[in-house]
Design a binder for this molecule. Structure first.
Ligand code: UT7
Length: 312
């Protein structure tokens, strides 16, 4: 048997915030944001809409899509760095709201690479047959930790949630290989400052990401015994179109074979990969037995990638 994705769901807050709106807040332009990052607009949650609310909406859709009831879920893992509060965890809140009576619940912090860490954690429990079905959610409300006087960060980051129900899939399908990594020495380049806001040295994170994302992509392909040419679809973390393009070009695949949501949703951290994957599947861009690579990086610094064969 393989371990893979049984269903997906995603949620984006209603409020659309355009680049133009930032021109009134900080010294920036729509043109700068578009050309340097690829972002045209993003979504921000309402003040009373928390990470757990977005996670709940995405999780409900993923369960429906998987045709799995909340009672069948053995464990809930929520990747987030913007919990509603330090505890209880977002995962425990979901356990209650979904009525996932049998589920263990925990949050996991690996910033924008969190969903990759969540998927791989879930895979271990399923493979060892300790658990059968695990709900993995990537959800973040970065707008609540943004400094709206800092043009280096506030124009880039956003809110959202994506979820996957993971479980057994048929032999040959599911996760074929993975890579997870961290380099704590780079933590200083992307972290929460003493005021409680995201602080980033964009240039340093950029240099790390254009190196790491293409490299992790190649590493998981090789670990799976595949060639670059075998990859049908790439789902990169949506941080900057120029970083995503570096991974795509290293693979040598065409633009339509890469998930792209950055222009409309911005960088919503742990939510970006599951949202981009969920949308691509719903839009019919991915079919059974396609070879996919999901790849992310983030604060920590952290990174993670998986190669997988799509289908149940
Ligand atoms: O999920 C992971 C999170 N983070 C990332 O992935 C971010 C990775 N880094 C990036 O995406 C890019 O480095 C940025 C988009 C942040 C910046 O693009 P860049 O082409 O690397 O620009 P830069 O760092 O070389 O900065 C160029 C200039 C700087 O001015 P000085 O120091 O050269 O005078 C910045 O202060 O652009 C300035 N700048 C801005 N200008 C207008 C920074 N932010 C803005 C802004 N509007 N919003």
């Amino acid at each position: 048997m393989g371990v893979g994705i049984l269903g997906l769901g995603h949620y984006l807050p209603e409020r659309v915030v355009t680049n133009k709106e930032f021109e009134k807040m900080v010294d920036t332009t729509d043109e700068w944001i578009r050309t340097r990052s690829g972002i045209e607009e993003r979504r921000f949650a309402r003040d009373d809409e928390e990470t757990s609310d977005m996670a709940y909406e995405a999780a409900k859709l993923a369960l429906e899509d998987a045709n799995v009831s909340p009672e069948e879920i053995d464990m809930i893992i929520v990747a987030t760095v913007t919990q509603d509060m330090p505890f209880p965890s977002v995962a425990a809140m979901l356990q209650e709201r979904l009525g996932a009576k049998r589920a263990a619940a925990m949050d996991l912090a690996a910033a924008c690479a969190g969903f990759m860490y969540g998927m791989i954690t879930a895979k271990q429990f399923i493979e060892t047959k300790a658990y059968e079905k695990i709900l993995v959610v990537g959800a973040d409300k970065l707008s609540k930790i943004l400094d709206f006087t800092d043009r280096n960060t506030c124009v880039l980051l956003s809110d959202g949630a994506g979820a996957a129900v993971m479980g057994e899939v048929s032999e040959g399908r599911g996760i074929l290989s993975f890579e997870l990594g961290a380099d704590g020495s780079g933590g200083k380049h992307l972290n929460l400052n003493e005021k409680g806001y995201v602080a980033m040295n964009g240039r340093e994170v950029f240099k790390f990401a254009v190196r790491q994302m293409p490299q992790s992509t190649i590493n998981v392909i090789e670990k799976a015994g595949l060639m670059k040419e075998d990859v049908d679809f790439l789902v990169p973390h949506q941080a900057n179109i120029r970083i995503m393009e570096a991974a795509r070009q290293r693979l040598g695949i065409s633009e339509d074979k890469m998930a792209k949501t950055i222009h409309k949703y911005g960088n919503n951290s742990a939510a970006s990969i599951p949202i981009a994957l969920s949308e691509a599947v719903k839009e019919g861009k991915i079919k059974d037995d396609d070879i996919l690579v999901l790849v992310g990086f983030g604060g920590g610094l952290t990174w993670g990638a998986v190669a997988l064969k799509w289908g149940k």
